[in-house]
Each structure stands twice: as structure tokens, then as C-alpha cells.
Design a protein around this ligand. Structure first.
Ligand code: F6P
Length: 512
């Protein structure tokens, strides 16, 4: 597909000019003063998610140019190619079809039958586990997309988990992590889920082997009952000795896989009905992304804002501030989604890009962040766009708390924008610091599904404008190869050919 390179388009040049003449000096307070309709123009209801974009450094003119940039770089055609099942992940020659996992049965798509057969089987299994009082602990062994998605969602929907079962997520190769979990388990009460798209990942295979050894040492016998594998590589799982397997397909990227068999811990936690609601919420957002005109297409508007901030304002990071404790793993989940997808520096043709791509994402739930790093957000030398995520209805009944929580989210966004003049200096807040405010009615499976899909498509949009492959992750490979070599060197002490720093550290570590 021929896509114009963003920095060679007319819209890019016009945006540069706009930034030079208006953008750098853009003042949010003046923008509100000059436009009574600003909240309506930049507020948008999408499925399950309301977004207030009005506290961002854009006006209608800038947004029109950003929309022109999307058109010139072929965002719509590229989106349609994804939904048509074309192999848009060109460096791996793969289609990108995670959206199919949450679509209703579709006779026209040859993969839809297998998707729904697997979904039905996995949900039946999940219901069986839920009903099985002997299983008290579910341990997910996986890393990256095989950990962060299910872990984030199980935590986010903890109010919907009435199974009484405990969920554990073991990802790190650091044995402290698995050891601490094993200490609390009984083999007859435990279900291990070995989650790995490839079933080759060093961390996961090491943890899975140790878990299986522990199970045998503790007198566990029935591996078929106590281990299941979630993988595209069912054969490798069988060779490993796991016969209960749920598969998925190479067109599901690891960081887009929570909707697949990788979501089994979620299904056990919230039940089949809850899991189907999660999928339905994401599907509603898919339909929005697919059909809404660009100017009212929330993921597109957000993705374009990300380009505006990264490449014109030069903002290098974005802070995620969920004002809901159950969303505590959302920042980590979004780090992989956005930084592994868009942390690229060559375009589709392999040419170096001459502009910034993925920003750094980081954050913690509010109000904790306020008492840690919000100082820097208000008065530091860098401007960092902040993303507030608030939920109208709490899922607890403690009086007073929720209004105070919401008031704090509103106050931070207001303070960032308005600032406060203090000619004396130290108490001066410059203000004019941008933020986006997302609002969900309640933290239901459907709302969470829609929110995650919104972020997926937003990342798609900025990646499409930048002309990069958002679906590969070659940057993680070099470290994996070097670690294999260094594990051997740590054992043998051979430091020949190593740089002096690594050699020195290997020698020190061998002295332990
Ligand atoms: O190393 C990065 C990565 O490939 C991620 O993209 C992926 O989510 C993670 O490792 C885990 O991979 P797997 O599911 O194959 O074990």
C-alpha cells in the first residue's frame, strides 16, 4: 500500500508553520475565554467512554490540519486494510486481526469459526474452574502481553470477581517471584496457566518448568487437571507435557492478545458472561473506529493529538493517571501497548524517520501520584500531557471517598491548566499544561473493553501517520540473544571478546 510519508505531506508543513506562528504560544485559558463552545467541540462521547479533550493545546484550525495529515498519510485506507485482514504487519508478513476476537460470528471471515469455537471451549473451561471449589488458586505464568493484559483486567474488574479464588501472576525470571507464590500454594488447589504465544519465551518456560517440578515434588500427579497452556504453539505445549490447551493465531500480536485464549484468567475471574461483555465493549469501539468520520472518531482524534505533541511540541512523555485503584496496572499495560508498538525509528521502507515516534508512558493511580511526582508536572521544566481516567460510580459503599477522589482528579486537571501567579517565584504555577479527561460510567467489563480498544486504535492511528510497523517488536531480540550468551559466560567465566564493562561485571558476579 502506498502511503505518503507524514513529513513529506503538505499538512505536515502547514502544521509546522501553524506551530511556529500560533502553536508554541497557544494558551488554554485564552482558548476557553475566546470560545464558549470549546467543551462541546472537544468533548466527545464514544461507546462507554466520554473524553474531554478541551484542555489540550489545540483549536479547530490545528485539528483540521491534523485531520488533513491523517487523510494524506492514508490512515483510513490503512485502517480498512487492517479490518480487511491484509498483512499490514509487513516485517513479519502477518495480518493484524485482534479485532476479530471480539467480533460476532462472521461467516464471511474464514477465521471467525475457529475464533468462536475456541472462545466457547475456553469459556466452558473457565466456568468449570469457577464451579470447582477444590481449585482455590489460579497462577498465570507468562510475560509481556501474556501477563500484562490479563493481570490488568483481573485487577480492574476485581469487584466482579466473586469466585473466592486467588489469582497470581508470575512473569519475571527472577526466582524470588515464583518462589513467593509457590510458598502460598497447595498442589491439589492450584491451576497453573502457562501463557505464551510462542511457547519459547525464556522467562515463561523457566517458570513453567520450575512450577511443574514443584508440583511433582509436592505430590501433585494430575498434570492434565492442574496445568493448561494458552498458546499458538499447541505442539510445543504438548511436548512440554500439557494436554489441556487453548490456541490462538499468529495474527494476534502479544500485546493485543487479552481477547484471545490469553484472557482465560479473566474469564475465570469474571465468568463467561463477563468476558463476553468485555469483548462486546471492545467491539463497540471497533465499530466506532471503523465507521465514524475522522473528525468525530475518538481514537483518531487522540492519535493525532499524540503526533501533534510528539513532533511539533516535542513532548517526550505522557503520564497516565487512573483515578481508580483497580486500574493500578493500566499504566504498565499501556506502556507495552504503546511503546512496544510505536517505539520504532524506521518507516515501512526501512528508511530512518526524521521525527519522534512513541513517547515514554508512565504513571500511577491518583491520588498517590499527587504526593509523589505531580510536583514536577505542575512546576517542572518539562511539560507532560496528563491523562486522567475517572469512573462515575464506585464499586464500594464507603461514604465520602469517591467524591473526594473525583474532586482531586478535577482539581489536578484544573490546576495544570489554570496555574496560579506568584510574582515571588516559588509558589508560581505557570499553568497552560495540557490534559485529557476520560470518564466511564462504571468500571464494568464492557466499559473496560471499550477503553482498551480505544487505546489500541489510538496507537494504530499515530503509528499509521508515522508510517511505521506498529505490530512488530524486533527491538527486543538483541538483548535475548546476548542474555543467552552471557548465561553461559556466567557459568564458565569466559570473558573473551566482551567489552571491558561487561567483562568486569561478569567477573564480579562470578565471585558471589
Ligand atoms: O519479548 C517481547 C515479547 O515478544 C512481547 O511482544 C510478548 O508479549 C512477550 O514477549 C511474550 O511473548 P510470548 O507470549 O510468546 O511468551
Amino acid at each position: 500500500m502506498n502511503r505518503a510519508r507524514c513529513d513529506e505531506t503538505a499538512a505536515w508543513r502547514q502544521l509546522q508553520e501553524r506551530f511556529r506562528t500560533h502553536g508554541a504560544a497557544f494558551d488554554l485559558r485564552q482558548a476557553f475565554a475566546g470560545d464558549a463552545g470549546r467543551f462541546a467541540r472537544f468533548g466527545q462521547q464514544a461507546p462507554h467512554v466520554f473524553a474531554d479533550l478541551s484542555k489540550n493545546l489545540v483549536d479547530a484550525g490545528i485539528e483540521d490540519l491534523l485531520l488533513a495529515l491523517a487523510r494524506e498519510t492514508g490512515v483510513e485506507a490503512y485502517r480498512d486494510a487492517m479490518f480487511a485482514g491484509e498483512r499490514i504487519n509487513h516485517t513479519e508478513n502477518r495480518a493484524v486481526k485482534h479485532w476479530l476476537l471480539r467480533a460476532p460470528r462472521d461467516a464471511a471471515d474464514p477465521d471467525s469459526v475457529a475464533v468462536h469455537e475456541t472462545l466457547d471451549a475456553m469459556l466452558a473451561f473457565a466456568e468449570g474452574v469457577r464451579a470447582d471449589a477444590q481449585i482455590t488458586d489460579v497462577v498465570n505464568i507468562g510475560i509481556g502481553g501474556s501477563d500484562l493484559g490479563p493481570q490488568m483486567v483481573v485487577a480492574a474488574l476485581e469487584a466482579s470477581n466473586r469466585t473466592g479464588k486467588r489469582f497470581h501472576f508470575v512473569s519475571n525470571i527472577d526466582g524470588h517471584e515464583l518462589d513467593a507464590v509457590l510458598q502460598r500454594l497447595r498442589p491439589e488447589g492450584t491451576l497453573f496457566l502457562v501463557a505464551s504465544k510462542t511457547f519459547t519465551t525464556l522467562e515463561t518456560m523457566t517458570n513453567a518448568r520450575s512450577a511443574r517440578a514443584w508440583f511433582g515434588q509436592q505430590g501433585g500427579r494430575d498434570v492434565a487437571r492442574h496445568f493448561a497452556a494458552l498458546t499458538t504453539n499447541v505442539e510445543a505445549a504438548r511436548e512440554f507435557g500439557i494436554t489441556t490447551t487453548f490456541g490462538f493465531w499468529d495474527w494476534v500480536g502479544g500485546r493485543y492478545s487479552l481477547w484471545s485464549a490469553i484472557g482465560l484468567p479473566i474469564a475465570i475471574a469474571i465468568g463467561a458472561e463477563g468476558f463476553r461483555e468485555l469483548l462486546a465493549g471492545a467491539h463497540a469501539m471497533d465499530t466506532h473506529f471503523r465507521t465514524e468520520p475522522l473528525a468525530r472518531n475518538l481514537p483518531v482524534r487522540l492519535g493525532l493529538l499524540d503526533v501533534w505533541y510528539r513532533d511539533f511540541h516535542g513532548f517526550g512523555s505522557r503520564s497516565i493517571a487512573p483515578y481508580h485503584g483497580a486500574l493500578r496496572r493500566l499504566p504498565a499495560y499501556l506502556q507495552q501497548l504503546e511503546m512496544e508498538s510505536n517505539g520504532k525509528s524506521v518507516d515501512a521502507q526501512g528508511r530512518p524517520v526524521g521525527f519522534g515516534t512513541s513517547p515514554v508512558l508512565w504513571g500511577e493511580p491518583g491520588t498517590n501520584g499527587q504526593h509523589a511526582y505531580f510536583q514536577m508536572l505542575h512546576q517542572g521544566t518539562d511539560r507532560v500531557p496528563v491523562e486522567f481516567i475517572a469512573v462515575k460510580q464506585p464499586s464500594h459503599a464507603l461514604p465520602g471517598h469517591h467524591d473526594l477522589l473525583l474532586a482531586n482528579a478535577l482539581a489536578q486537571a484544573q490546576a495544570l491548566m489554570q496555574g496560579k501567579a506568584d510574582p515571588g517565584g516559588h509558589r508560581n504555577f505557570a499553568g497552560n499544561r495540557p490534559s485529557t479527561f476520560f470518564l466511564l460510567d462504571a468500571l464494568t467489563p464492557a466499559a473496560l473493553g471499550a477503553l482498551v480498544a480505544l487505546y489500541e486504535h489510538r496507537v494504530f492511528t499515530s503509528g499509521a501517520v508515522w508510517g511505521i510497523d506498529s505490530f512488530d517488536q524486533w527491538g527486543v531480540e538483541l538483548g535475548k540473544v546476548l542474555a543467552t550468551d552471557l548465561a553461559k559466560r556466567l557459568a564458565s567465566g569466559d570473558v573473551q571478546g566482551l567489552d571491558a564493562s561487561t567483562a568486569g561485571l561478569v567477573q564480579r558476579l562470578r565471585g558471589r
